[in-house]
Design a protein around this ligand. Structure first.
Ligand code: HEC
Length: 181
């Protein structure tokens, strides 16, 4: 009898722990993915709703386990970055358990209100906007071009000039914006 109860308890726990999109996954996507994965941004597909994300469950799992997503190539050797967008191990585990557990939606009432985005520069009103002199494909990999000659700045952002993920065509000139400390 005791064994039986234990088995029931364990089953109960594992059901309760399978993450759902609404409760567990949506907040992570809002925080770490949607700035790029929404219409008009560089991510190849939107990840705003359950319908958006469901077909990508397995790819999301692979992308976060390999830490390809979210892209973050700053070297931790140089210290902590306040805008570090990497996922915590707990967040990765949640996305993996969601994909492995059948990518359930859960109760839509559990979902957070949609995140609001500011269009244009995300760093507030820049004090200086520079043309990088390089096209968007290069600027994406060498954002430092945008900031050449600027000695001290508090926040910076690179605008790739063209947000089409497939890139080459119409690759516009990129720009960098800076805010003073
Ligand atoms: C800074 C912008 C940015 C952020 C933030 C970002 N992505 Fe992406 N994502 C991209 C771009 C650009 C691509 C297409 C090129 C590539 O695959 O590198 C992409 C591709 C993907 C793909 C396609 C397949 C693959 O594995 O390459 C998946 C899945 C994905 N992202 C998931 C995520 C998830 C999940 C997050 C948040 C945890 C996230 N992304 C955050 C820009 C971003």
């Amino acid at each position: 009898m005791r064994l039986f109860t234990l088995a029931l308890l364990t089953a109960g726990i594992s059901i309760a722990q399978t993450p759902t999109f609404s409760k567990d996954v949506a907040p992570i996507l809002q925080k770490h993915c949607q700035e790029c994965h929404r219409a008009g941004e560089i991510g190849p597909m939107p990840l705003l709703s359950y319908t958006d994300a469901r077909p990508w469950a397995k790819s999301i799992k692979e992308a976060v386990v390999s830490r390809r997503m979210p892209p973050w190539s700053a070297d931790p050797h140089y210290g902590q970055f306040s805008n570090d967008r990497s996922l915590t191990q707990a967040e990765i585990n949640t996305l993996v358990a969601w994909a492995d557990g059948g990518a359930q939606q859960g109760n839509p009432k559990d979902a957070p209100a949609p995140r609001e985005f500011t269009e244009g520069w995300q760093i507030g009103k820049p004090d200086l906007v520079l043309d990088t002199g390089v096209d968007c494909s290069r600027a994406r990999h060498h954002p430092v071009h945008a900031f050449r000659g600027a000695h001290r700045f508090h926040r910076g952002q690179v605008d790739p000039g063209n947000r089409s993920p497939s890139g080459e065509q119409g690759c516009g000139p990129s720009r960098g914006a800076l805010r003073a400390p």
